[in-house]
Write a protein that binds this ligand. Structure first.
Ligand code: TMP
Length: 211
């Protein structure tokens, strides 16, 4: 297959259906001859997965907001350097479950950290690098939490309040409004089938425009 590699990310609040969409996007890319490296944040490397445990587990409930922010970017620096960039440089497409938009949404919108401080870290760690395409699975926080609540025991983020997730959602939507060239907003409140149709259309259009 010819053409340059691309970095695609999936975002959304808990219960938006990211896992199902990851599988669908991966399948569509495979069918198009671009089997992606599938990875996630926080995580994606041995050190990143260890940081994920610290961030999502309940051992450090009183973690300071800045500690949380810096650990997210520490995991990201490791992930970018040792996994994402080498794969892209080798011509492989990369599909990532969450990336820096989640930091703006959760640590910025959710926790209330000034977005300008997050921008400084983004520039520090990524030096201008951003995803080529971001699918935002959008749905009301109530619906997402209701869906997520039906799954396993809540992690440190899933225990947050409805208001927290409303702010996360609003921040994601703001990011999408400000960067329409990169974001595609999917209505994730619809049925699985309808969500699948929207996602397939977005990926088909991207593949056409990219090659
Ligand atoms: P998930 O990807 O399995 O849904 O869980 C990851 C959790 O970590 C999720 O609640 C969002 C949160 N998170 C942040 O708060 N900031 C970040 O930068 C990232 C990547 C994730």
């Amino acid at each position: 297959m010819t053409g340059k590699s691309a970095f695609i990310t999936l975002e959304g609040i808990e219960g938006a259906g990211k896992s199902t969409c990851m599988a669908l996007v991966a399948r569509l890319l495979e069918q198009a001859g671009r089997p992606p490296l599938q990875t996630r944040e926080p995580g994606g490397t041995p050190l990143g997965e260890a940081l994920r445990e610290l961030l999502l587990g309940h051992r450090h409930e009183g973690m300071a907001d800045d500690t949380e922010l810096l650990l997210m970017f520490a995991a990201r620096a490791e992930h970018l350097q040792n996994r994402i960039l080498p794969a892209l440089e080798a011509g492989r497409w990369v599909l990532c479950d969450r990336f820096t938009d989640a930091t703006y949404a959760y640590q910025g919108g959710g926790r209330g950290i000034d977005l300008g401080r997050i921008e400084v870290l983004e520039q520090w760690v990524q030096r201008g690098f951003r995803p080529h395409l971001t699918l935002l699975l959008d749905l009301p926080a109530e619906v997402g939490l209701e869906r997520a609540g039906r799954r396993s025991a809540p992690d440190r983020f899933e225990k947050e309040t409805l208001d927290f997730f409303r702010r996360v959602r609003e921040t994601y939507l703001d990011l999408a409004r400000k960067q329409p060239e990169r974001f595609r907003v999917i209505d994730a409140a619809l049925s699985l089938e309808e969500v699948g149709t929207q996602v397939s259309r977005v990926i088909r259009d991207f593949l056409e425009a990219w090659s």
